[in-house]
Design a protein around this ligand. Sequence first.
Ligand code: XMP
Length: 513
Amino acid sequence: RLLIIDFGSQVTQLIARRLRELHVYCEIHPFNAVTPEFIRAFAPKAVILSGGPASVFAEGAPLPPREVFDLGVPVLGICYGQQAMMHMLGGKVESGHGTAEFGRAYVTPGDEKLDLLQGWFLDGREEVWMSHGDHVSRLAPGFQVYGTSPNAPFAITADPSRHFYAVQFHPEVHHTPNGRTIYHNFLKLAGFKGDWTMAGYREEATRKIREQVGNSKVICGLSGGVDSSVAAVLIHEAIGDQLTCVFVDHGLLRKGEAEQVVSMFRDHYNIPLIHADESERFLTALEGLDDPEAKRKTIGRLFIDVFQEHAREVGGAEFLAQGTLYPDVIESVSFSGGPSVTIKSHHNVGGLPEKMGLKLVEPLRELFKDEVRDLGRELGLPESFIRRHPFPGPGLAIRCPGAITREKLAILREADAVYIDQIRRHGLYDEIWQAFAAILPMRTVGVMGDGRTYDYALALRAVTSVDGMTADYYPFTHEFLSETATRIINEVRGVNRVFYDCTSKPPGTIELE
Ligand code: XMP
């Protein structure tokens, strides 16, 4: 395996992505966690030093332990990683003063060939993405230049005899179109075969779960989403009925959702499952609440209470399983810090472990979302389940702006089902990150047949997104929109008007509350 030492670059995760795409297993660890003992235990076959916002000559500048260079394995330094390497190996780094470079640049080859650059410079130069203030001004002994750009005379440097490589640009970003080749070559030089697969992950993960849990009991909060489901199935594979899942039905699920989840776990996988139907309790607590944060907090608090009560039935569980993913995990090495504004209080089972004195089992900590989907396939979860759009913990509550009523929830469930059916029929489901209907806190006048109607208005939302952080509204055709509006109004009693939400994120958010 390969070790990526993180110095806080915004794009460190992308390095891991590129390596995974090349079927090599790697882990990212923040520089301050990488001690000499850690390195010895990890025994990496190669090391990558990430970029980062610091200056090597600033006081207390983050540096890797010197042992990294004594391992006898290939090391690749990227941007700040290059500077750290030069600084530690006897070169010199200087501050910007007119040589800072941000954005696109072109690198041209040096005089000699380098194995790392096989397949590069085919057109005489390569487009790369730069983002640096400081730069290397004198090479460390043993290093040579293999590529330069107008503002980075040391764009690519290396000491091939020791397999030390250092680049000033970021090969992991898409703006370095041929960056993947560099990683490919580096991995080859380090002797990786590129045979890491999800089957391998599955095996390794089940072994680790057994090791961690021993004979103890584990409980897992199922939300019906992909992450917690995959985690549960994987853990069940590892420890069988030492695992019990708790599925809290808060009465804010979509049409047929609870039945689907329960049947999949009980009938298909035979996993012990407590189906806690607590809808009355949640809906009663939510009565009259119309402030979004108040709704979210009420749901979050009740969820913890309910979960805790049912977890007692399991008796003596020591561990709580969660479907935490990689992007949530990486302790980002933030140098700027500062308080950020809470836009929404996200609901998850946070707070539970401390309250209940539970330890965490998080077998997906090393995976990205699409890798979780692959693992789900590997574990035999149905494709339709794996591709499901994300669904928020507070469920339909945040798709029902204003006060929630049972009547509104019933209308919303039906309308949402018709809308999603439309999207599926038109073959658009997989193109869309997330689509749903929301019921608006207003009634409007309409005419149906010869009669007047005074019913609810509905908003339809559909967005494309990579990670949910930003999103664009989906450009449905007019035909699709009118067909869908007609179907909803004809098929769902209580709705007489349909709007389509054309707001992107930002300035909107994906959910309405
Ligand atoms: P927003 O509305 O913040 O949503 O643009 C971004 C993504 O997060 C989902 N979401 C949640 N997921 N608990 C969750 O598990 C929550 O409280 C929550 N609120 C929003 C939302 O559906 C979208 O995918």
